[in-house]
Ligand binder design. Structure first.
Ligand code: AMP
Length: 296
């Protein structure tokens, strides 16, 4: 018989629920999300269930990781549907706090992970990763998870979380789960809901570009500039605006200059607007399979 989902809105109730689950004896996994759950999120939950007896999910649109001109207000919040999906997925406890609960009056603390946030999305979203690092630290403190599952779709975020957990000596295993994609290659994202049918088609240039970069790398291309230009060739005609296309070291996230040679597993990452929707995607050569399924 599946056990019921407990929904907590306060840190105190959530902490008590997590304490009870840990007292049952098994490991506890945490999957932090901003809700509007899709198959990508649910794959993280499944991974959590493989690695732990119980899974907790946080659903919180975190205001401190949004810039003033970003989509905090309009971000989708289908809470009842999300909770139903959590129930079906066997999640034991969902944490759905208010911003006031997560950021008590007078709060002044931010967690900053230096270096890893200098490139890629960092310059385009000032303060974003401080917001992420801060809220994830709070979730870790409230949950006490043995394991936390994050998507490689947000590769820079994953590296930031890995680093903060190690640096702050947090006793949590941070797991990175591969990007879940639509059959045509588009990475699942809550923000895909903003795309019109025509924009959705244009967005396919992103996985196609990354797929091409992977193929070139597999064929022996090691010039960073060649990999970068290939991605740009695909994405430039389709995107409304490109924030960046970066080839970087997959661990330290240091960008390669175009005239440098990459190693065996470079990260190829990009952020681009299609219409008014900002999409991000990435691959790590030698680790990711082709993001676009090969036609039969
Ligand atoms: P979000 O709700 O967008 O903050 O995402 C919550 C978690 O789900 C993050 O760890 C994301 O990296 C992960 N995630 C989002 N989209 C995907 C996807 N398509 N595949 C795998 N994980 C994902």
């Amino acid at each position: 018989m599946s056990r019921p989902l407990e929904v907590c809105t306060t840190v105190a109730a959530f902490r008590a629920a997590c304490d009870r689950l840990r007292a049952e004896g098994g490991r506890l996994a945490l999957v932090p999300t901003m809700g509007a759950l899709h198959r990508g999120h649910l794959a993280l939950v499944e991974e959590g269930r493989r690695r732990a007896a119980n899974v907790a999910v946080s659903i919180f649109v975190n205001p401190t990781q949004f810039g003033p001109n970003e989509d905090f207000q309009k971000y989708p919040r289908p809470l009842e549907r999300d909770l139903e999906l959590c129930r079906e997925a066997g999640v034991r406890v969902a944490f759905t706090p208010t911003p006031e609960e997560m950021y008590p009056r007078g709060e002044r603390t931010r967690v900053h992970v230096s270096g890893l946030t200098d490139a890629l999305c960092g310059p385009f979203r000032p303060g974003h990763f401080d917001g992420v690092a801060t809220v994830v630290t709070k979730f870790f403190a409230a949950t006490g998870p043995c394991v936390a599952v994050f998507g490689r779709k947000d590769y820079q975020q994953l590296q930031v979380v890995r680093r903060l957990a190690a640096d702050l000596l947090l006793p949590v295993e941070v797991v990175g789960y591969p990007t879940v994609r639509e059959p045509d290659g588009l990475a699942l994202s809550s923000r895909n809901a903003y795309l019109s049918a025509e924009e959705r088609l244009r967005a396919l240039s992103i996985p196609r570009a990354l797929s091409r970069a992977l193929a070139l790398h597999a064929a022996g291309e090691r010039r960073a500039g060649a990999l970068r230009r290939t991605v740009l060739e695909f994405v430039e005609p389709a995107a409304t605006r490109i924030d960046y296309v970066t080839v970087a070291d997959a661990d330290e996230l240091r960008p390669y200059a175009d005239d440098q040679r990459v190693g065996e597993r470079p990260l190829v990452a990009l952020a681009a607007f299609v219409g008014t929707t900002r999409l991000i995607d990435n691959v790590v050569a030698s680790e990711d399979n082709s993001p676009v399924p090969t036609p039969p």
